[in-house]
Design a protein around this ligand. Structure first.
Ligand code: SF4
Length: 509
């Protein structure tokens, strides 16, 4: 069991304002050993000796493919004397498994976590794996925050009355400023506010190459008094990975065509463009440090530690000698038609007002389900009456199912959040069933799971009711996880009887 955080150089560095924190992302592949893992451990050993990298982050089944669990590699890395940062994604584990793995992490002293929804699960044993997404990232952050306090579990859980000792986790979250459409970007920032509200301790950006967008994220955080340490991702791709990312094949990654062309051109040199790619990374590090980031999160493929040491040496050199404004321009690769928050650009194709359908739905909803609504007292009295009788409950459930399936493609989860997503059902509309805002996987407005085919669910939400301000959007606190014991029951009855997330007082007044 962890006893002291004295050796946690990552935490110490992250919260020292004068320090620039550097982390590096490791990607364990499929399997439990072999050259790839040997190379990773060699990298970790050399990074520890060098001392500039303060944590090595370990991905959790990246791309939705099976790989060695990050906790396993985390234990090895920790034993080498360097701090692991465990990616904790939610695609493959339900809430109980998540809690169980948090206990496991704590047991092994793996206290630094990076919380993410995770990529949609892809192939595995005998085909595509079933996606879980029982919790989303704000909900997991909420659970971690409860574990950080002395947690006493729900009464129904075994041992529920027994308080657990506080677990000193440090939990980071991720945000992407690299969305090209306003609808995606506005919701990315709104979800960041939700994650901060849920207890995130630091923020790491998605990787990107548009310097104005890196700046935008900093400004957004300042404007919204987010004072958490903010790390910018700097990615050094091989030419092959650049080509793949350029084709939009990696969820949520916007890799500009102009940069793919540049990398192809550089690859004609004797070293296949390797030095040019490392120098670009070094310029980005120096430029982002100058911009005001608290650190950088490095990543890339085919990189042994000597290459990263070269990059860091060069970054230090640029910081001391280069004109950093000009340097930022040299590594700036914007994507045409991108929406920017500062200065605000408008996208003409987006609606400015709520749709007619939204307004009708809202009027019906508010008059029925808001305590001040016209029909509320009657609806409540009928529902509470019906709730007493098995046959009436069945009839009520049947009617609700019929109406809401036709109108909203409802899945009868029994805990309705239609009103929180502009009367679109996340249970049928979003493959990851995100109820607190989008995942980071969309690209050019399209869903990660159906690229170029289906708009991201949250883009549709935006289109139905465009918010006036990002601050109008975040759920704070986030909507809690669904109680799946309500699946198949009437959400109307559950609402009035105080069984759903609203926990309305069930006693008639
Ligand atoms: S609909 Fe949007 S939030 Fe849902 S999985 Fe697709 S990209 Fe992610």
């Amino acid at each position: 069991m962890p006893t002291s955080q004295a050796t946690d150089i990552f935490r110490a560095s992250l919260f020292k304002t004068e320090e620039f924190t550097i982390t590096f992302e490791l990607v364990p592949g499929r399997g439990s050993g072999g050259k790839r893992l040997d190379d990773i451990l060699t990298f970790a050993e050399e990074a520890r000796k060098d001392g500039r990298i303060k944590a090595l982050s370990i991905t959790d089944n990246p791309g939705g493919h099976p790989a060695l669990a990050p906790t396993s590699l985390g234990i090895d890395i920790q034993s080498l004397g360097i701090e692991p940062l465990i990616h904790f994604s939610l695609k493959d584990k339900n809430r109980n498994m998540a809690e169980s793995q948090l206990f496991e992490c704590h047991r092994h002293g793996l206290l630094n976590l990076l919380v993410l929804s995770g990529d949609y699960p892809r192939y595995g044993f005998h085909g595509q794996a079933k996606p879980v997404f029982d919790l989303d990232s704000p909900q997991l952050l909420t659970l971690i925050e409860r574990l950080r306090q002395t947690l006493s579990l729900e009464k129904m859980a075994p041992g529920g009355v027994m308080p657990l000792p506080a677990m000193d986790f440090l939990a980071g979250c991720v945000v992407s400023p690299f969305k090209t459409t306003k609808a995606e970007q506005v919701f990315q920032y709104a979800k960041l506010l939700t994650k901060v509200c849920a207890g995130a301790h630091f923020v790491i950006s998605q990787l990107g190459f548009d310097m104005s967008k890196y700046q935008e994220l900093l400004l957004f955080c300042r404007q919204n008094t987010i004072t958490l340490p903010l790390l910018a991702s700097v990615f050094i791709p091989s030419i092959k990975v650049a080509e793949i990312m350029g084709q939009g094949k990696v969820p949520g990654i916007l890799f500009p065509e102009s940069l793919v062309r540049r990398i192809r051109q550089e690859a004609t040199s004797q070293d296949k463009g390797e030095e040019a790619r490392l120098l670009r990374g070094a310029r980005m590090v120096a430029g982002l440090k100058d911009m005001g980031y608290a650190g950088v999160h490095l990543g890339g493929n085919n990189l042994d530690f000597s290459k990263i040491a070269f990059l860091l040496d060069q970054a230090e050199h640029f910081t001391k000698t280069a004109n950093l404004q000009e340097l930022r321009q040299e590594v700036n690769f914007p994507t045409p038609s991108t929406w920017y928050l500062f200065p605000k650009s408008e996208q003409q194709d987006l609606p400015q007002r709520p749709s007619v359908l939204f307004r009708i739905n809202q009027r019906v909803h508010d008059s029925t389900f808001r305590p001040e609504g016209l029909i509320f007292p009657l609806a409540r009295a009928i529902c509470l009456q019906a709730d007493q009788n098995k046959q009436a409950r069945s009839l009520y459930t049947f009617c609700e199912h019929l109406i809401k399936t036709l109108l909203f493609r409802c899945r009868m989860c029994g805990d309705c959040t239609l009103a929180e997503s502009s009367y679109h059902c996340p249970q049928s509309g979003c493959p990851k069933r995100m109820i607190n805002g989008p995942c980071g996987g969309s690209l050019h407005g399209f869903c990660e799971v159906y690229p170029q085919e289906r708009l991201c669910f949250w883009v549709k939400v935006y289109q139905s009711n465009p918010p006036h301000h990002t601050g109008d959007l975040p759920n704070c606190p986030p909507l809690p996880p669904k109680d799946w014991s309500l699946q198949g029951t009437s959400s109307w009855l559950n609402y009035f009887a105080g069984r759903d997330h609203n926990k309305l007082d069930s006693e008639p007044k």
